[in-house]
Design a protein around this ligand. Structure first.
Ligand code: ARG
Length: 457
């Protein structure tokens, strides 16, 4: 097909080369931002008398028509166009005639594509932040529901100390709050307008870059035109934020999968978010959580792809950079899908508080509290720790628990024991005595929930 860049070359490329070079099969996703960017560009050209007001009006009206027709489905993307930028310009020229050819004055596809991508990612970043907020508030609601549900807290996946399910859930809320913070920070650097950098060196026209940036809602302009067209740091930053969100979702998914297993039976997931097996009738599989965990791998891949594309790339634009889009699109779309499904799945979780409590009663997870009791009675912590260990050993050998030992049996280990020991090792008391800020007591979890809700509202 004849190319817009026909001039120095015959612009007749091989069909295979055309296909290889073309990006419209994926960059069509930038259509809206490309058109809005072009409208602002036309306004700026008229504002600086580079084109007439009439020409700008015709360009803007033509662009508006193209936007509407894409959205109502009457205009479909032509796969023969090299990319979305060429497509829009070509349709515009077909529709409004030679005026359409004035649109590309004082710009290049190099600054145009950088602009489109930034505009697109600004919207997507806001979308990710808003889905993260919904998820975090859902976590708070669940934590509130289960703020007094006692379960074992684990280290090394060994029962360690009693906590509440609410406390465990709020740990994830904290991760998501940091994710939101990181995205807001990354947003600042996405929010810089590259248009007007042109091919790489700026332009001989007397443009007004600030005018265009402001019209498009940017916070400022790229101060170096070479950097303006070469920079894709914002893609790496965003993918890195997204990768960390996926890490958090993946850890959470892993716990949900464990908790929903027959071995734990701490939670059940609603049928809406589980699947059955085609052969084993008893199965209720946590596919959503497994897929979120699995998709974490592809998002890390997107980040690695982006970093590798940029590594060793000379300034300024190189065609390698066309490869940025599929990586960021995939990362962004995947994280949004995962956040949405994860939120719904989490909202459907019901905890089996009986089983949680039972598991908490079985693993000597109040042994630290026993040692603390002795320490408060005046023993040095190390000695208290040793005595408590001996008591746990006795219980294990005799298949008893700390709760079922008699006071006489306790006194065999130290004569400081009195009947207050049973209060000290009571699981509810163990939890509620952990009043240190950020600890597992009900009141501490309540303040965590309040703090997160306040920050989000
Ligand atoms: N489709 C290209 C991309 O996504 C647009 C920029 C092309 N610029 C160029 N000089 N060939 O990177």
């Amino acid at each position: 097909m004849a190319k817009m860049w026909e001039g120095v070359t015959k612009a007749q490329t091989d069909k295979l080369a055309d296909d290889f070079n073309s990006s419209i099969s994926f960059d069509y996703k930038l259509y809206k931002h490309d058109i809005l960017g072009s409208m602002a560009h036309a306004s700026m050209l008229a504002h600086k008398n580079i084109i007439s007001k009439e020409d700008a009006a015709a360009l803007i009206e033509g662009l508006q028509g193209i936007l509407e027709d894409i959205e109502n489905g009457t205009l479909t993307f032509n796969p023969d166009c090299e990319d979305i930028h060429m497509f829009v310009e070509q349709v515009l020229t077909e529709r409004i005639g030679d005026v359409g050819k004035k649109l590309h004055t004082a710009r290049s596809r190099n600054d145009q594509v950088a602009l489109d991508l930034r505009m697109y990612l600004k919207d997507q970043t806001q979308e990710i932040i808003s889905t993260l907020k919904t998820l975090t508030l859902t976590v708070c609601d669940k934590a509130e529901e289960y703020k007094s549900a006692i379960m074992p807290g684990y280290t090394h996946l060994q029962r360690a100390q009693p906590i509440t399910f609410g406390h465990q859930l709020m740990a994830y809320a904290m991760m998501f709050m940091r994710d939101i913070d990181r995205l807001k920070d990354a947003f600042k650097r996405i929010n810089v307008c590259p248009i007007g950098s042109c091919a790489l060196a700026g332009t001989t026209y007397d443009t007004d870059r600030e005018f265009e940036a402001e019209k498009l809602g940017f916070n400022g302009i790229a101060l170096n035109s070479i950097d303006g067209v070469s920079d894709r740091d914002f893609c790496v930053e965003l993918l890195s934020c997204i990768s960390l969100i996926m890490t958090h979702l993946s850890r959470f998914s892993e716990e949900i999968i464990l908790w929903a297993s027959w071995e734990f039976k701490f939670i059940s997931l609603s049928d809406e978010y589980t699947t059955g097996s085609s052969i084993m009738p008893q199965k209720k599989n946590p596919d959503m959580a497994e897929l979120v965990r699995g998709k974490t791998g592809r998002v890390y891949g997107d980040l690695m792809a982006m970093l590798t594309i940029l590594k060793g790339l000379p300034l300024a634009y190189n065609k390698d950079m066309q490869e940025d889009k599929e990586a960021v699109f995939d990362g962004v779309e995947t994280v949004i899908k995962c956040l949405n499904i994860f939120t719904k799945m989490l909202a459907s979780v019901t905890a089996n508080t009986e089983n949680m409590k039972k598991a908490a009663s079985e693993g000597f997870i109040n042994a630290t509290d026993l040692a603390d009791y002795l320490t408060k009675k005046g023993l040095p912590f190390r000695s208290a720790y040793k005595i408590s260990g001996q008591i746990v050993k006795k219980c294990t050998e005799e298949k008893k628990t700390l709760e079922t030992l008699t006071l006489e049996e306790y006194k065999q280990f130290s004569d400081v024991f009195d009947d207050k020991v049973f209060d000290a090792i009571d699981l509810v008391n163990c939890v509620n005595r952990r009043i240190s800020k950020g600890g597992t007591s009900v009141s501490s979890v309540e303040s965590q929930i309040q703090a997160v809700r306040n920050a989000l509202n």
